[in-house]
Write a protein that binds this ligand. Sequence first.
Ligand SMILES: *[C@@H]1O[C@H](CO)[C@@H](O)[C@H](O)[C@H]1NC(C)=O
Ligand SMILES: *[C@@H]1O[C@H](CO)[C@@H](O)[C@H](O)[C@H]1NC(C)=O
Ligand SMILES: *[C@@H]1O[C@H](CO)[C@@H](O)[C@H](O)[C@H]1NC(C)=O
Ligand SMILES: *[C@@H]1O[C@H](CO)[C@@H](O)[C@H](O)[C@H]1NC(C)=O
Ligand SMILES: *[C@@H]1O[C@H](CO)[C@@H](O)[C@H](O)[C@H]1NC(C)=O
Ligand SMILES: *[C@@H]1O[C@H](CO)[C@@H](O)[C@H](O)[C@H]1NC(C)=O
Ligand SMILES: *[C@@H]1O[C@H](CO)[C@@H](O)[C@H](O)[C@H]1NC(C)=O
Length: 261
Amino acid sequence: MSTSMASFGHHLLSLFLFTTLLSTSINGNSVNPSNTTCPSFDCGNGLVVGYPFWQQGRQNDHCGYQGLGILCTGRQPLLCLSGDIYRLKKINHSENTLTATYNELNNTTCPVAHHDVKLNSSYFLNISMENKVVRLFYNCTLYPPSLPYIECLRYGLKRSYVFGEGAIPEFDWERYCETTVSVPVIEKGGDGILVNSFGRALQDGFMLTWRSPDRACRSCEASGGFCGYGNGLLQKFICYCNDGQQSDNSCHHNGNFLCMI
Ligand SMILES: *[C@@H]1O[C@H](CO)[C@@H](O)[C@H](O)[C@H]1NC(C)=O
Ligand SMILES: *[C@@H]1O[C@H](CO)[C@@H](O)[C@H](O)[C@H]1NC(C)=O
Ligand SMILES: *[C@@H]1O[C@H](CO)[C@@H](O)[C@H](O)[C@H]1NC(C)=O
Ligand SMILES: *[C@@H]1O[C@H](CO)[C@@H](O)[C@H](O)[C@H]1NC(C)=O
Ligand SMILES: *[C@@H]1O[C@H](CO)[C@@H](O)[C@H](O)[C@H]1NC(C)=O
Ligand SMILES: *[C@@H]1O[C@H](CO)[C@@H](O)[C@H](O)[C@H]1NC(C)=O
Ligand SMILES: *[C@@H]1O[C@H](CO)[C@@H](O)[C@H](O)[C@H]1NC(C)=O
């Protein structure tokens, strides 16, 4: 009896070690965005976008995280954040960062940001610490004298200003300016030159980071799978495995090694 228990224990230990080794080795590949189950894509401008982003309307039922669907329009990858559309400029799958910019800026030298960059914190994207936040005040009818203003946005007596958040001169801006917008930009240079460099800064965009959404997804990814969310709903979680199977948790359960005891 005790020998068979010991033997059973030994099998359990081997199974545990085997499973651990297996998941470790799969884990090493699991972030490979060029896998075929949820393949990377290119909207036509050369930027290769991969899991956990997925191509809206094209890919395996929402083959990626909720809210990270990319729409290819006019060869540009577009991302929707809290109802506003941004253009993806860069993506780094090894450090989980992306750079995005207002889609409507269209490469103009004197761009206007019409709304704040808003993120829905219940999604998986976060503003990176690499950014600094600038605040723009448009069409101010009254302003402190001798502050540098944005020349190309001057309309008669109305002036527009830009400051780093935290370096806004004391004044009742909200009262005398038509609109005010807050935008993260990739930290570069000092605050002093903002009135000249704000156009470039808006074009360069801001950096976001992403994280794994939940325990089920982390376990799916650790097993070499890809997390999908059918209908964009967290409740409709699907783990897509490389063997083409689907699971509601981890791809190990689709393997056959569990039968080897
Ligand atoms: C996808 O992953 C599977 C299992 O990890 C691997 O065998 C296959 O070579 C990968 N395919 C590509 C294109 O990387
Ligand atoms: C954030 O997302 C949740 C879940 O989809 C939604 O209920 C909520 O209205 C969203 N909030 C904003 C500000 O968009
Ligand atoms: C992604 O980030 C890593 C780590 O910072 C860096 O080594 C790599 O060159 C970056 N890749 C791209 C394509 O920018
Ligand atoms: C920017 O480009 C989009 C399509 O690429 C177009 O619909 C929009 O009118 C353009 N906006 C400006 C200000 O040129
Ligand atoms: C933006 O304009 C500059 C010069 O006006 C040009 O060199 C650059 O290629 C343009 N970029 C895009 C994405 O159109
Ligand atoms: C986003 O970043 C902020 C500041 O770094 C952090 O406090 C917060 O927990 C992050 N949120 C998520 C959902 O990761
Ligand atoms: C500022 O005022 C001008 C002229 O009234 C208008 O054309 C422009 O759209 C306004 N800018 C903003 C950002 O509201």
